[in-house]
Design a protein around this ligand. Structure first.
Ligand code: AMP
Ligand code: ZN
Length: 111
């Protein structure tokens, strides 16, 4: 855990947030500034700064994150209409919170 990390504080319930999903390894909550009708943040509980900082021991965390994404997409009803999964990496890649998280974005109007 990193003391001044916002997402560590959310994970540890120091800052209130409604979890749509939680297990021993991950939490999922809604993005506070949604970029689409469905915009979730899938967050490993372990403090990892960003994709650049992954180590061998994080392999299972990362693969499991995609399984959570698949389940959340289904739960949110966007699995068939489609969605995006996005990691922003470092400032130049748009990362603002330096605790690894996967954006799940979807729910646009269907044509
Ligand atoms: P990134 O730019 O990839 O670091 O994404 C950080 C995301 O966290 C942004 O989309 C923010 O809108 C979102 N965010 C910041 N603070 C909170 C919060 N307290 N609860 C939920 N989402 C947040
Ligand atoms: Zn953190």
């Amino acid at each position: 855990m990193s003391l001044d990390c916002l997402f560590c504080k959310i994970v540890n319930r120091e800052i209130p947030s409604e979890f749509l999903y939680e297990d021993d390894t991950y939490v999922v909550f809604k993005d506070i500034k949604p970029a689409a009708p469905v915009h979730l943040l899938l967050v490993p509980k372990k403090h990892i700064r960003c994709i650049n900082d992954l180590t061998e021991e994080d392999r299972d965390i990362l693969s499991g994150l995609f399984m959570v994404a698949k389940e959340m997409a289904k739960e949110q009803g966007v699995n068939e209409s489609g969605y995006k999964l996005l990691f922003n990496v470092e400032k130049g890649g748009g990362q603002e919170i330096f605790h690894l998280h996967l954006h799940l974005i979807g729910g646009w109007k269907k044509n």
